[in-house]
Structures are given as structure tokens and as C-alpha cells.
Design a protein around this ligand. Structure first.
Ligand SMILES: [Zn+2]
Length: 438
């Protein structure tokens, strides 16, 4: 397989060269951090007085972790390292669940970010020959604009549709013969159902690739998307605190996501003890941004759980690869005392051929006990068979889930279209248990 590169020299740099560059950039980021009220205080408390305290990459550990809560408490300007007239763009969380967080970008910050996103796009084999339909939400959320600029820089023909209005999306896919799309995995699954409902065949489209991200998903969901559309789907990892998309991306080999180590330092730590873990060991992803100076962010606790895949990728890139995100430290459900990640449930049900493209995990109380109900949409042809067949399928799903999560759930089967559809990030878990009892 011919391997495409955006910046071959840096993408195949030796470990020594990469680490030398990381150290040089880390010192500059520490300089910027000292210009912010937040880090000035935080770093002084850790016994640091300037970037001279960083003599090797090992010294990164002198820097305390930064959390989402730190970002909230620093709102609006506690983490701003420059004058506002140097700020070129603002991205912010919506703040619907509390105080918002804000990230400021200088012009140079936007450029370096864009360059990394272009690198992501190109490593999947996408090029200026492609028509790229960006179905991720544009706005304060970074998913839309982040990919937009990177894809444009890579020379693709970009259609900035944003999310929603599925019939219009499908029409545009036909009109312009879109070859690459960017969407959440749940939205990709939903569009396929809409194609069927409107008798639009895959032959009327020219779809070849999908970039899927913004929500953790299992390998079985990727396979399902690839089979349903007969395309290649590439996993994308990013978070708005770390610019947005472009943190890590799968290359043509689809064997883990290359973490761009000239732009970011990745660490995996045990979320309980905060000890650094070896490659291959799963833990919380901690990221230091080496390329953003208007809002420096070091050793940021992403709360995402993953591991660094040991070994080299066949593509020749030297940047280490991140595994699929297994879940978040804060999305683990405790159900009658048993720890369950929603991703475990998804992994099981998406492997069952009769299961369609949408599901939901519901929790409530039945007396003193927690009750887990898994609502699953199945293909409509299943409803034309006998009641016995349906009951067999339901029983099979219950047993498979019980085998993995050790809890016996209630399983309800529905026809396609029964469950709510999300055009952005899907809300898969509905937890109606009283908060104080959890
Ligand atoms: Zn690779």
C-alpha cells in the first residue's frame, strides 16, 4: 500500500529528534504558561520559577495536572497568555452544564493546528481529488471548523454543511458526488437508515471514506459503518481543550490512531494513583499541548481511557499510536455495585447481525435495586417473522450481555426509527436513578 504523507520529514522523524523537538517546544509553552494568572500561581506552588526548571522531558512530571475544573475556575481570562489584540479566534464550551470553558487562539495557534489536521486527512489517503462533506457542527464546538480548515489546507473540495437535516445531506452527497464525510458514528448509522427509507441506493452516491469521531465508539460500530456503506471509516480523536480534532488519527492501516507527538505530549496514567503507565497499559490520557501559546494547557486530564499501542505502524510513521477510547473515567456506571462501561454494552450488541443502527441504555430504580434496560432497534424484516423468533433474539441478546457485564438486563426490541436520533453527539445513556442514592 502506498503511504501518503503530509510532512514526511516530521512524520517519520526518529524518536531522538522527536523528543528533542518536544523538549524545545515544552520550554516555550512553559514560558507562555508563566504569563497566565492560573499557571503563575500553580507552577510557583510546585516550586518552579521559569522554563529553566525543565531540563529534560522527565521534568514534565514537575508540572501538576490541569483539570476541566481548573479551566472552569479560570473562566474567562485566567489561562490567557497574551493581549486580546493578539487573539484571532475563540472556541468555548456551551456551558449548559455549568460555567463554560474557553480556549483562545492566536493566528499562529490556528495555523499550527490546521497543519496537524491536514496531516490527519492526508494520512487516510484523502487528497485534493476528494469532495469532502463536513457534517460536524460548525460554531463554538471545534469539530466543524477544525476539520474544515485542515481539509481545505490539504486541498480537498470542502462542503461546509454542518450537522442536521439528513435529507439535505443526502441530496448534497448525490449532487456533488461527495467522496469523504466527517460525522459522529451514530449519525453515520442514522443516515444509512434514511437512505433505505428513501430508496436511495449506494450506487447513487460516490462515498469512499468517513472520518468518525466526537464520541467514543467500538470497533464493531466501525465495522458496521464500513459494511453498511462499503467504505473505509477512520477513527479521529480530539477534544476542544486540546484545540479539537487533529490530536490523533488513523492512517490507511487503521491500526490505532497516530498521536502527533511533535504537537502534543501524551502520557497514560493510572486514574487512581496518578502513576505513569507503560505503553500497552490502559489508563487515563493526559495531554500537554506544545503548539498553542494563547491558552497554554499542560498535563491536561482528558478523563478518556485508552492505551498507547506498543510497536511501530507499517506506514513508517514514528509517532506512537493511541488505542480506541475505551470510555471515560466519569462515564463508568455502577449498577447494583457492578462497574459497567456503556462501551461494553455497545461492543456486544453491535456484533449481533439482526441489530440495527440505534440503541439506548436506560437506568432506573425498581424498589431498592438498580434496573438496567437496553433498548435496541432491530431491522424491520425481523418484525415480519414469528413472535417466537423475536423472543429468541431478545433472549440471545440478554444472554450475550449477561456474559460480558455479569448483570442480567431487560432488553426491549424496537422497529427502526423508534429511538431518538442525535445529529451531534449521541446521548446513549439515560440515567433516571435519584442522584443522592447513587
Ligand atoms: Zn500508520
Amino acid at each position: 500500500m502506498q503511504v501518503p504523507f503530509w510532512d514526511e520529514r516530521i512524520e517519520t522523524a526518529s524518536r531522538g529528534d522527536l523528543e528533542a523537538l518536544q523538549l524545545e517546544r515544552l520550554k516555550k509553552v512553559v514560558d507562555s504558561a508563566f504569563k497566565t494568572p492560573f499557571y503563575k500561581k500553580r507552577l510557583a506552588k510546585a516550586g518552579m520559577s521559569s522554563s529553566d526548571d525543565i531540563k529534560s522531558l522527565e521534568d514534565l512530571k514537575k508540572i501538576p495536572f490541569t483539570t476541566k475544573d481548573d479551566l472552569r475556575k479560570s473562566f474567562p481570562k485566567g489561562l490567557l497568555a497574551c493581549d486580546m489584540d493578539e487573539v484571532n479566534r475563540i472556541h468555548s464550551s456551551s456551558g449548559t452544564t455549568g460555567i463554560p470553558t474557553v480556549i483562545y487562539f492566536s493566528g499562529e495557534d490556528v495555523d499550527t493546528w490546521t497543519d496537524l489536521v491536514a496531516r490527519c486527512v492526508v494520512c487516510t489517503g484523502a487528497s485534493k481529488k476528494d469532495v469532502f462533506q463536513n457534517m460536524m457542527t460548525y460554531g463554538l464546538f471545534t469539530g466543524g471548523l477544525g476539520l474544515h480548515y485542515g481539509a481545505e489546507k490539504a486541498g480537498m473540495t470542502v462542503i461546509p454543511v454542518s450537522s442536521g437535516n439528513t435529507l439535505r445531506q443526502v441530496q448534497i452527497m448525490q449532487d456533488f458526488q461527495t467522496s469523504v464525510v466527517h460525522a459522529t458514528p451514530s449519525y453515520m448509522l442514522h443516515i444509512r437508515t434514511v437512505l433505505d427509507e428513501n430508496d436511495i441506493s449506494l450506487k447513487q452516491l460516490n462515498l469512499q471514506k468517513a472520518f468518525i469521531g466526537a464520541e467514543p465508539h467500538s470497533e464493531n460500530v466501525r465495522k458496521k459503518i464500513e459494511e453498511l456503506y462499503n467504505i473505509d471509516a477512520y477513527n479521529s480523536y480530539g477534544l476542544s481543550e486540546m484545540n479539537g480534532p487533529g490530536l490523533a488519527f488513523e492512517c490507511v492501516h487503521k491500526a490505532g490512531m497516530h498521536f502527533w507527538e511533535d504537537g502534543y505530549i501524551v502520557e497514560i496514567v493510572d486514574p487512581e494513583t496518578d502513576e505513569n503507565l507503560e505503553d500497552g497499559e490502559p489508563g487515563e490520557v493526559i495531554v500537554t499541548n506544545l503548539i498553542r501559546h494563547a491558552t497554554p494547557l499542560m498535563r491536561y486530564r482528558t478523563r478518556d481511557l485508552a492505551s498507547i499501542l506498543p510497536g511501530q505502524c507499517e506506514c513508517g510513521r514514528t509517532h506512537r499510536r493511541l488505542s480506541r477510547i475505551k470510555g471515560r473515567t466519569d462515564d463508568m456506571l455502577i449498577i447494583n455495585g457492578v462497574n459497567v462501561f456503556p462501551s461494553q454494552i455497545e461492543e456486544v450488541i453491535m456484533k449481533i447481525p439482526e441489530v440495527g443502527t440505534n440503541y439506548q441504555i436506560c437506568l432506573d430504580k425498581q424498589g431498592a435495586l438498580d434496573r438496567l434496560t437496553v433498548q435496541v432497534e432491530i431491522y424491520s424484516k425481523m418484525f415480519t417473522g414469528s413472535a417466537g423468533e423475536l423472543e429468541n433474539l431478545r433472549h440471545r441478546i440478554v444472554e450475550k450481555l449477561k456474559g460480558t457485564i455479569t448483570i442480567k438486563p431487560l432488553v426491549k426490541l424496537h422497529e427502526p426509527g423508534f429511538l431518538p436520533v442525535y445529529e451531534g453527539k449521541a446521548k446513549r445513556v439515560i440515567d433516571e436513578r435519584p442522584k443522592d442514592e447513587q
